[in-house]
Every structure is written in C-alpha cells, then in structure tokens.
Design a protein around this ligand. Structure first.
Ligand SMILES: *Cc1c(COP(=O)(O)O)cnc(C)c1O
Length: 423
C-alpha cells in the first residue's frame, strides 16, 4: 500500500519534470497554509496573483506620480491605448481578430450592454433561449431585459433542461428547441461552459442552428475564456462576454471582456448606448454632436479606460502569451484526464463526477456531485482544513479545477490522496 502511494507520487513528479510549462507555477503566488502552501484548485473562481502584478501596478503609480496627465501618452504603457494593448493576447485566446475584442466594465454590465444591441425583440420574434440552471447573474440579466422590453419572462424565456434523471443538457435538445421556435426566437444565449457541471457546449453548432432559425447567438464565456479552445470569429458567434478574474487571473473586480463579430462591428446602424470612448477616434476630441461608433468592438465602450482594473490582467496575459494557448490547452487535457483517472476509483455511492467524460466537452473543471449535499459541504470544509482550496456549489457539488498555468500533476495527486482519506 505504502509502496503504491510512493509510486503514484513518483509518477506525478515525473510528469511535472517533463512538463514544459512547469516553470510557470513559480510565477504565481499560492495562498499560505499553516505549513507551506495550499493546494489551489479554485482558479475557475479566482485565478492566482501573478508575481509580476505588483511591479505592474507600481509602474502605473509611478507614471501617474511623475507624468500625471502626460501618462495618457507618455506612460510606459500609455493609458490612452491601454485596453488596445490587451487585444492581441485576448484575440488569440478567444479566436478572433483584434478589432473584434475589447476590455471594459464587468461581465454582467457588458452582457446588458450587448443585449441592448443584440436582443431586439419585435413582433413575433421576441424569445430568448437559454440553458436551465444558468449562472444567477445571467438569469437576472435576461429576466430584467425581457421585462425592460415590456414582456413577460415566463412567456419570453425558453429554458432547455437536462432530461429526467440526467445532469447534463443534451445538445440535440438545444438544437431541437431552437428548431421548434424558428418563428419566435430572437436570441440564443448560453453559458459556453456551465459553471456547475463543467459542460462545454458545442458553440459552433448551436450558433449555426440559431442563425438557421433567424436568431442571433451570444455566449457568456466566464468559465470558458483562458480555459478551452475558442474560435469565436470562425464559429460566427454574434457576441460574447466574460470576466477576467477566473482563468485569466486579472484579480478581483478586473475589467471584463467582450467580443462582437466583425459583421456587427462594421455596422454603425446597430442600436447601442454610446459614450465618448466608443466614438470614432478621429472625431472623439472634436467635442461635437453626433455619435460615430468605432467600427470595432470598442464601439461599445463608453468611458475612459479603467487602467487600474486592467493592470493585473495585462501581467497575466503576458504569461498566457509566453506559454502559448495551445500548449496550455494540451497540458490542461492531460491534467484533467489525470484527475479524472484518480477520482474514478473513489466514485460510488458518496459522489460521482458529473462533468462530461469526453475531453472536447469539458475544460479544466470536474464537478463532484455528492448524493447527500450535507456530506458535500462537510468534505468541502475538511478539504479546506487539509490545505486544499476547492469550492462548493449548491446543490451538492464540489468543483475541482486544476489550472494548467500553475497547477501540477503533484497537486492533483495530493488532492486525490487527501480526498480518498477523507472518504
Ligand atoms: C463568474 C460569472 C459571472 C460573474 O459576473 P460579474 O458581472 O463579473 O460579477 C457571470 N456569469 C457567469 C456564467 C459566471 O461564471
């Protein structure tokens, strides 16, 4: 028995030595445990702090102190173009052109702003189709938008739920529901990767079905961005929003991101709420009437860039660039598959993994559903006491997310060993 454990640990350590991204771990701070560091599997809720974040903030403080207003043009990272300086890395992460992506506000705010442009109910066509069990903020956003337009959420929102006795939503059921609503559907809005189950939806297929039904398709990518492969432009997605503090490690309250497809960014007639930062740059400072939206995703920006909400994101994106998103995703698949393989013998009457088994249908997160939610909460508390950070979501789920940028195979091994002992 002890020999088995030693062998399993040696295997994990060997995998870590072979991992060409292994050195990135040392470029993040892990929370402290009574002895050493916590095992951190909560990067899907709040990514860790990049070691370089502090210097990056200091840089902006210095430039503000020494240059004041001049910092807009002369700071080392001029504030005027600060959001633009993040676009390249983000475009590679979500798979689009740089002019299709922007950083602004926060997720729910961006969702509302883009719904104002892309949920335009009228006549018969006024329904929104979404997944049952969406993240609460998304449910509230959709419910209140529908009411804002004067409609009844019970009538205007179509929810697609898992079948009786199942936990995941079948894509065929989403497609069928879209097909049934071709006369009444205005928008399909899906959480690209479900926060509770870890299910990653086939965005390309759902988008194509929405378009075939005469509707638009938007996505909340809070749990997908920086996690799973995305090709938003080629998939013809109309719009998407995300936050930057989960896998992107932008820090609490970091500015959120948004994608708008080029066919929309270049259409100045799309209704929107404007502000000077979304105005065409050549006329922005003329101080005249007449909003002329930029022909990019920034055409939905309103206000001066919130530089201090973007600094840590910038530091983290530099690490994504260095690691390469493809290499990260390749490691992520291995790491999550390793986690799944060590959890399999522990599954049974106490808990089971409800996240899809197929690597294309999930990202870095596995969701452990406890038969008895009380037991789930207890295990969550005990894990914390043992120096493991996971999180618990009602009903009954402990989410475990090894982030490939800073988690190791040894983390996974140690977690499963501790969990096995607790059970
Ligand atoms: C984390 C998350 C949010 C959070 O929204 P904020 O506006 O950043 O607070 C919203 N939707 C989903 C699906 C999330 O996972």
């Amino acid at each position: 028995m002890l020999q088995d454990i030693a062998q399993a640990l040696a295997y994990a350590q060997q995998k870590d030595r072979e991992d060409e991204l292994g050195s990135f771990r040392s470029r993040f701070y892990f929370p402290r445990a009574p002895e050493g560091e916590m095992i951190y599997f909560c990067g899907n809720s709040l990514g860790l702090q990049p070691v370089g974040a502090e210097d990056s903030i200091q840089q902006e403080l210095t430039d503000w102190r020494e240059l004041a207003i001049g910092g807009y043009w002369q700071a080392r990272n001029p504030w005027m173009s600060y959001p633009a300086s993040l676009r390249g890395a983000l475009a590679r992460i979500v798979g689009c052109g740089e002019e299709e992506v922007t950083v602004m506000n926060a997720l729910t705010v961006n969702l509302h702003l883009l719904l104002l442009s892309f949920y335009r109910p009228g006549g018969q066509r006024r329904k929104i189709l979404m997944e049952a069990g969406a993240f609460p903020s998304d449910m509230y956003a959709v419910e209140t938008q529908v009411r804002w337009h004067g409609y009844d959420p019970r009538e205007a929102i179509i929810e697609v739920a898992p079948r009786e006795g199942e936990k995941l939503i079948r894509e065929e059921d989403i497609l069928a529901a879209i097909d049934r609503s071709t006369d009444s559907l205005a928008l399909v809005l899906i959480g690209g990767l479900n926060y509770y189950t870890g299910q990653f939806f086939d965005i390309q297929r759902i988008t194509a079905a929405a378009h075939a039904a005469g509707a638009l398709a938007g996505y909340d990518l809070a749990h997908a961005v920086g996690n799973v492969p995305l090709r938003l432009h080629d998939w013809e997605v109309d719009f998407a929003v995300w936050c930057s503090y989960k896998y992107l490690n932008g820090g609490p309250g970091a500015a959120g991101g948004a994608f708008v497809h080029r066919r929309h960014t270049t259409d100045p007639t799309i209704p929107r709420l404007g502000g000077w930062w979304g105005n065409d740059e050549s006329s922005r400072f003329k101080m005249q009437k007449g909003f002329v939206p930029k022909a990019t995703a920034e055409g939905w920006s309103m206000s001066t860039a919130q530089v201090f909400n973007m600094v840590c994101l910038r530091a983290s994106l530099a690490l994504f660039e260095e690691a390469g998103i493809e290499r990260l995703q390749a490691k992520s698949r291995e790491l999550t598959a390793y986690l799944a393989s060590l959890l399999a013998p522990l599954e049974g009457p106490v808990f089971r993994v409800i996240t899809p088994v197929e690597p294309d249908r999930r990202g870095a997160q596995l969701s452990l559903l406890f038969n008895d939610p009380e037991r789930g909460r207890k295990v969550q508390r005990e894990l914390q006491e043992e120096g493991v950070v996971t999180d618990y979501r009602e009903p009954g789920v402990i989410r475990v997310a090894p982030a490939p940028l800073y988690n190791s195979f040894e983390d996974v091994y140690r977690f499963c060993h501790i969990l096995g002992q607790l059970l």
